[in-house]
Design a protein around this ligand. Sequence first.
Ligand SMILES: [Zn+2]
Length: 421
Amino acid sequence: MKIGKIVLVTILLGIVCMPVLAVSEKSDLDRPVEEMWKEKCEHGILQFSCDECRFELGTVKLLPDLIAGKGKPGLVATGKAGSRKVSESRAFTGEVKLSEGRTVHVAAPLPGLVRKVFVDIGSTVAEGAPLFELDCQDVAESKGDYLKKTAARDLAKASAEREATLFEKKISARVEVQEAQARLAAAEIEAANARGRLLRLGIPRAEIESLDPKIPDTMSGFLTVRAPQGGVVLERQISVGRRVEPGKDLILLSDLSEVWVWADLRENDLPSIFGRVNGGGGYTAEVRSPAGGKPYRGTLDVLSGTMNEQTRTVKARIVVPNPEGHLRPGMFVNVRVFLPGGGSAVAVPKAAVLADEGRTFVFVHKEGDYWVRRPVTLGRRLGDMVEVRSGLKPGQTIITDGSFLLKSDVLRRKMGAGCAD
Ligand SMILES: [Zn+2]
């Protein structure tokens, strides 16, 4: 069946043999088409139109019946060399980790006894929500200290006012007024410091204003520690009744609406990923769970400075928005990083490209039923397409499929005798 078709092509095409070139002769691939189109053959006609000689110009005559059209089968298909956006990508594996920019370790600000714990592992908390309450000696002392200092300030103020009045009535000397004012200034600084300390301990302003030695509750050492940001409680190492000291992490809180994926980049992929990392804007990346589901878009923005000597890989960070929280720290994921390919490229289907004696070429439409093979330089593979770096312009009509029939060994052999004359 196939051979039958080929014979048919052979007959209809009239010629389809590739040149059997003498060593000294210049290949048709290296000659301008316009020059070849003016050439006359030994039969005294334009060579491209000669059924016996046009093969030497790498030219074929292809009758319209052989070309597939809309809803019409044919032995060859034609199309236009396309200009397409190039997006090259690389695949890696990676692991989901916490976003360190959105993770906090909460410790006790002071030594104390745990009175209450308001959250559990897995709790979602808003910024400012209470996490736990301590009873701290320091807080009680600081409150007392603050009240003492404010009382001293008030006394100094009254004293300064009294001295001022006495001076006006010429009862006391100016120096006594000045001394009273200096004492007031010092007392004001001490009161402000004591208040600042309470604020730093996290005592709200309203609570400070309402401190009253006659109301014992206001003088307690109770200190509520609040969430410095919203997030999910991932670790909780605190229980009621235990003594805690500053410096030990009691609660790990992370906002999982963003996670970091650390991908392992192979050594030989690094050169193509240096350009935009570590401050260069990053690369678009796609993260997928091997279990399936929709991909997550993120940005690869940081490349680690060191290489794992065993695996010969380098860690790269991908920041991934995770609004539904489906990506969980510890998950292994597949990562695809998209590389900018420098805009658009001329691309043709792989099947359009043929090779002969180390040269690659495609059949380009010249005019009417005539098609001429033209050399092309190939670039990247783009799925089923291949980039043509030179030799074709976007929009040129080419044989996209079935072109192998035009150069097949069978045809060459069949036509060989005729062509060799
Ligand atoms: Zn001829």
